[in-house]
Design a protein around this ligand. Structure first.
Ligand SMILES: Cc1cc2nc3c(=O)[nH]c(=O)nc-3n(C[C@H](O)[C@H](O)[C@H](O)COP(=O)(O)OP(=O)(O)OC[C@H]3O[C@@H](n4cnc5c(N)ncnc54)[C@H](O)[C@@H]3O)c2cc1C
Length: 384
């Protein structure tokens, strides 16, 4: 039987970042187990790659304040690219309620140390992007260090650096069971069994099935999200930020020679639905053309559109840290649409908690699993 100091179940961006941070902190015998033949086939390879610090809760803002500078210096730190493009996020408010909400968030963000965020007027937005239908835009907020990364490259960068420095990745290997053996876990896999004192659940939208193996009911549900890339399109500036129309939730950003269009359908229901629904194209184009009239005639190839899974928790915040019922079993789950942008912070927090029992990056008790039983859920309203 193999042995490891830490077994990470799931080789997406979260497992890869935790491996990288553990190895950097001196823990060498780290094993990442991924059931697919290649990394990135879960949510990471489906992501829109948006990174932002413009959140409404302090803990999400703090996680971004670690993660975005990490992405900005990724290549310097790890020697691999992550394609961080600081083109910003621009939230466009269409009523006073939105504006008050953005102002409250802005004050929290600045108080926590975010330097590059500012409130903008409706006129400024209309001047910046005359292509937007701006008659109802009353203002907004913009942060220039928000932007995008390439999630696949970041994941590979984290994992390659970890492997270069001692970690091991088993691909094409499924975890099929977990059994307690004294103070360790025997992790049964389709390859061979592994004995380890620490096991971390990094299984993304499949996290509940891994938690079940140690008798825990984890409130993480899969929820389909769909993205629609346009064909090459020159009618909107390539330098644009992620632009969010707060009246409908429609948002978009430049990608390649076209744009990537996103909208979270409120009618979507939980489940492992991975297929792209062609009916979504009309729904999203209606919202797109309403805010960006030049998108009315944009070309779409439905075959290039895709669907993936968010891993949702009841309060839209991740579940991080050690289980109080099963010591040695850790969670890094439930990112509710923010797992790429928060993977650097998650790697640091989990590595700190595993190796030292504490972290100074956030107040980790806010995100522990016990918060659900204890009625301490926290509400994030800035979910895209
Ligand atoms: C359409 C879409 C757009 C998104 N946009 C953004 C965005 O703009 N910004 C952002 O930050 N986030 C975004 N997200 C969310 C983000 O992609 C996820 O939060 C993130 O990828 C989660 O990473 P992960 O490593 O936890 O999960 P995953 O990448 O899903 O990795 C989990 C891995 O666990 C493996 N696994 C599962 N069960 C087992 C088992 N039994 N044995 C072994 N391996 C197993 C899976 O094969 C998988 O590779 C988006 C998601 C989607 C679907």
């Amino acid at each position: 039987m193999q042995t490891a100091d830490v077994v990470l179940i799931g080789g997406g961006i979260v497992g890869s970042s935790i491996a990288c941070h553990l190895v950097a902190a001196g823990c060498k015998n780290v094993l990442v187990i991924e059931r697919e033949t290649a990394q990135g086939k879960g949510s990471t390879g489906k992501s829109m790659g948006g990174v932002r610090a413009q959140f409404s809760t302090p803990v999400n803002i703090q996680m971004s304040l670690y993660s975005i500078p990490f992405y900005a210096s990724f290549e310097e730190r790890l020697g691999y690219p992550c394609d961080y493009r600081p083109q910003g996020y621009l939230f466009c408010a269409t009523n006073e309620h939105h504006l008050a909400y953005l102002r409250t968030n802005y004050e929290k963000q600045v108080a926590l140390g975010l330097k590059d965020v500012r409130l903008v007027t409706g006129d400024e937005i209309r001047t910046m992007f005359p292509q937007l239908r701006g008659d109802d835009i009353v203002g907004g907020s913009f942060c220039s260090t928000d932007g995008f990364v390439d999630p696949y490259s970041a994941m590979i960068g984290f994992m390659t650096w970890a492997s270069d420095h001692g970690a091991t990745l088993w691909k094409n290997t499924s975890v099929t069971g977990i059994t307690r053996r004294d103070r360790k876990f025997e992790v049964a896999t389709s390859r061979e069994n592994v004995l380890a004192p620490v096991v971390v659940n990094c299984a993304g939208a499949w996290a509940a099935s891994i938690a079940k193996m140690v008798g825990i009911d984890l409130p993480v549900e899969p929820l389909r999200r769909m993205l629609v890339p346009t064909e090459p399109f020159d009618g909107f500036p390539r330098s644009a930020p992620m632009i969010i129309d707060m009246s409908t939730g429609f948002h978009f950003r430049p990608e390649g020679r076209g744009f990537l269009l996103a909208w979270n359908d409120p009618e979507e229901t939980p489940g492992y639905k991975m297929d792209f629904d062609a009916g979504f194209i009309e729904k999203i184009l209606t919202r797109a053309a309403d805010r960006v009239p030049v998108f009315e005639n944009v070309a779409i190839n439905p075959k290039r559109a895709w669907a993936g899974l968010y891993e949702m928790t009841p309060d839209h915040h991740p579940i991080l840290g050690q289980s109080s019922d099963v010591p040695g079993f850790f969670f890094a789950n439930g990112f509710s649409g923010h797992g790429v942008m928060h993977s650097p912070a998650t790697g640091k927090i989990l590595s700190d908690l595993i190796l030292t029992g504490t972290t100074n990056l956030i107040d980790a008790s806010l995100l522990n699993f016990s918060r659900f039983a204890e009625g301490r859920t926290i509400h994030e309203t800035a979910v895209l």
